[in-house]
Design a protein around this ligand. Structure first.
Ligand code: AMP
Length: 334
């Protein structure tokens, strides 16, 4: 990456991302901060993105051949912003070796993709997590089963006890983890670890809107967790110090286990129980789609750090712009 960045014209940096997930927010923010913007869409999906004038170029690319456009991106002095759809369409293995400067710590994408590595990192951070069960017969409380490779909450199911669990596991041959089902209310925290200001910012929060746990199913369907959208939230202020502490613990764990450490946006996903304990069951080591709820308006928490409300797309662009000004762009990329 150092070799590629050395040849970049830093007055003409482009911001590129896959046209999906949080790309509208990312590219809008980048344009606002004076970057050229490129959206990479799947074949026949570019038309939607071409209507927005903050996207300078929309390229249609078959993601199985993403590597073919990388030299052209590099000649555009491009920095890639990874998000959930990049991980889904290109895959973390290819993302590891993609020869394009990538904002944040791309190596964290591997940890995020593996349910066991994911829980290991959270436990290393000393953050409370749900109990895991290796043996279905040992289960003594409601559990949630997460199939490896499940995406966006699809492929999860609940069992109320050990017998129901064993029945439901019949015929499942893929890998999975069995986790205590935490009873409480979900809350998802958006953080930004800034190398420019050397601080961890709580940048926003959301809750997910999921079929069928949030839908109108009057006893007619099993609970399922397919994400269909997101809703903004603010937290009881008395819980914010704990949220900050867990974010800092997570950053420290990433710094220790996944060099070069935490850079940029990430998220911790939790359930808060009725005794106000925050139990974290998941993280994302990059921008999450829940940040879209603040697109263009900024989150209420962003004003605690900046005069202007900002969304996470703008926050990324601000970090890149300041990083370029201060000569530390290479510290923001892997
Ligand atoms: P995920 O795809 O891991 O973000 O999880 C999808 C959804 O499943 C979450 O939004 C929660 O509603 C739910 N969930 C996941 N793990 C747990 C857990 N251990 N206890 C309770 N709910 C959970």
């Amino acid at each position: 990456m150092d070799r590629i960045i050395k040849n970049y014209d830093l007055d003409k940096v482009s911001v590129v991302t896959i046209a999906s997930h949080s790309s509208l927010q990312i590219l809008r923010g980048a344009k606002k901060h004076g970057f050229k913007t490129i959206g990479i869409a799947r074949p026949n999906h570019g038309w939607f993105y071409r209507q927005f004038n903050f996207i300078d170029e929309v390229w249609e690319v078959d993601f199985s051949e993403f590597e073919r456009v990388v030299p052209k991106l590099v000649s555009n002095n491009a920095v890639l912003i990874p998000h959930g759809s990049y991980v889904e369409y290109v895959g973390w293995r290819r993302a590891m070796v993609m020869e394009i400067p990538t904002f944040g710590n791309r190596y964290l994408l591997e940890w995020e993709a593996d349910q066991r590595l994911k829980m290991k990192l959270l436990e290393h951070a000393g953050i409370p997590t749900p109990k895991s069960f290796d043996d279905p017969s040992q289960v003594d409380k409601p559990v949630i089963v997460k199939l490896y490779g499940a995406k966006g909450g699809r492929g999860y199911f609940i069992a109320r006890n050990s017998k129901e669990l064993m029945d439901k596991l019949q015929g499942i041959h893929d890998g999975y983890i069995i986790q205590e089902y935490i009873i409480g209310a979900p809350a998802y925290y958006h953080y930004f670890e800034s190398r420019v200001y050397n601080r961890l910012e709580i940048f926003g929060m959301d809750i997910r809107y999921e079929s069928n746990v949030d839908g109108r199913i009057p006893g007619l369907a099993e609970p399922t967790f397919t994400v269909i959208g997101n809703i903004p939230m603010v937290l009881r202020e008395s819980l914010l110090p704990t949220v900050q502490k867990y974010g800092e613990q997570f950053t420290k764990a990433v710094n220790e286990l996944v060099p070069p450490g935490m850079v940029g946006p990430f998220s911790l996903e939790s359930i808060i129980t009725d005794d106000l304990s925050i139990i974290v069951f998941e993280f994302s080591g990059r921008i999450v789609a829940g940040t879209n709820v603040y697109m263009g308006i900024g989150s209420p928490y962003s004003v605690l750090y900046f005069d202007n409300p900002m969304d996470t797309g703008e926050r990324i662009a601000h970090e890149l712009r300041e990083g370029i000004k201060r000569g530390i762009l290479d510290k923001l990329l892997t």
